[in-house]
Design a protein around this ligand. Structure first.
Ligand code: AMP
Length: 119
């Protein structure tokens, strides 16, 4: 799938629309989901034009891949989710109902999250 540079997360990365920022570094931006599905619901996105995990891991430079995953872990620690626990989730493509075609990891926490698949 070709990257659509007008997707909403691309606009957030360019500062064209605001977000409720949690963390940012050279590789990633984390912000609160606008429609939270748990008491803590944060999205982490890489700073680069990648649609999916398959796209990202095939095409991104190694420092960006490492930096992105470090950022996910950093946010989980910083939000004090290591205990009692949290869930990370990534949707890719139609079957997973990916709405925004820019790679993002969801971090959920703040309550008992129940079975792995939410619905
Ligand atoms: P997905 O189905 O994995 O593509 O999830 C996209 C997520 O982005 C949803 O949970 C939306 O609530 C969230 N979302 C969409 N627009 C925004 C926005 N402007 N700021 C924060 N979160 C957003």
């Amino acid at each position: 799938m070709t990257y659509d540079s007008e997707n909403i997360f691309a606009k957030i990365l360019r500062g064209e629309i605001p977000c409720n920022k949690v963390y940012e570094d050279d590789f990633a931006l984390a912000f609160h989901d606008i429609n939270p599905q748990a008491p803590v619901h944060i999205l982490v996105i890489p700073k680069g034009d990648y649609v999916s995990m398959a796209d990202f891991t095939a095409s991104a430079p190694a420092d960006l891949i490492v930096g992105f995953f470090r950022a996910v872990g950093h946010v989980a620690r910083e939000q004090e989710l290591e205990q009692p626990g949290y869930r990370i989730l990534g949707n890719a493509g139609d079957d997973a109902h990916q709405e925004v075609p820019h790679l993002h990891i969801h971090i959920f926490g703040g309550k008992k999250l129940g079975p792995m698949l939410m619905r």
